[in-house]
Design a protein around this ligand. Structure first.
Ligand code: PRP
Length: 214
């Protein structure tokens, strides 16, 4: 039996759809109510958690595998195997600023607001730019409007939030999508089961009918 940790919220519906398309009977999930642990037949047990907690549970082996966004993996930088790009939950990390403003112009140290300080720090280090990072918990787009920051590093999906608030993308930092992650020890111990699950999920992604074989 494999324990799967799934991310609640934005990725939840697409994840469940992919499980169903992989031939896994997801009917117990439709009747789960407020239950946090749900068994799917003989093979899988599913838990729902916040993205960062999914990574923590998988890293510690409390869950064998997980489904989580690449954004969380990049920010947390934990030691789990990333087995598969599931291809949904697509968006990107981008540097954005007020429309028409070039945050790279001039010599002073610029201030960057973000919910993802590790991702932002790494990105600007790779550009040899000395910036001050300010951690914000949500609605990061407010920071340049309120003159707290010269730029932001944030997730852009449709671009609507930026547009409606007079901001624009300056540069893409990284592409994001949902990933299948695996606990390092569990991958060795349960290699066949984990690879079977990955193959089912991947087969469903390509729209290829899979009998679960590898
Ligand atoms: C995310 C992100 C942007 C928005 C981007 O916020 O931080 O604000 O979605 O989506 P868009 O490009 O389609 O407009 P989220 O809704 O996760 O909440 P937050 O305000 O807590 O960051």
């Amino acid at each position: 039996m494999l324990r799967l940790a799934l991310t609640k919220g934005r990725l939840e519906q697409k994840t469940v759809e992919r499980l169903a398309a992989s031939g896994i009977d997801i009917s117990p999930l439709q009747e789960k109510g407020r239950k946090l642990i749900v068994r799917l037949g003989e093979e899988y047990e599913v838990v729902f958690a916040k993205a960062a907690d999914v990574v923590t549970y998988v890293e510690h082996g409390s869950a064998d595998v997980g489904v989580v966004g690449k954004d969380t993996l990049l920010e947390m930088g934990r030691s789990v195997y990333e087995l598969l790009d599931l291809g949904f939950g697509k968006c990107r990390f981008a540097v954005a600023a007020l429309k028409g403003y070039d945050p790279y112009a001039g010599y002073g140290v610029k201030t960057v607001a973000t919910k993802y300080p590790t991702v932002a720090r790494r990105f600007f280090e790779s550009k040899n730019m000395d910036v001050e990072i300010v951690k914000i918990e949500g609605s990061v787009e407010l920071a340049p409007i309120l003159r707290l920051a010269d730029a932001i590093v944030d997730i852009v999906e449709t671009g609507t939030t930026l547009k409606e608030n007079g901001l624009e993308v300056v540069e893409t930092v990284a592409d994001i999508s949902a990933r299948l992650i695996v606990n390092v020890a569990s991958f060795k111990l349960n290699k066949q089961e984990v690879e079977l699950l990955a193959s089912r999920l991947n087969g469903a992604k390509e729209g290829v009918k899979t009998d679960g074989g590898i």
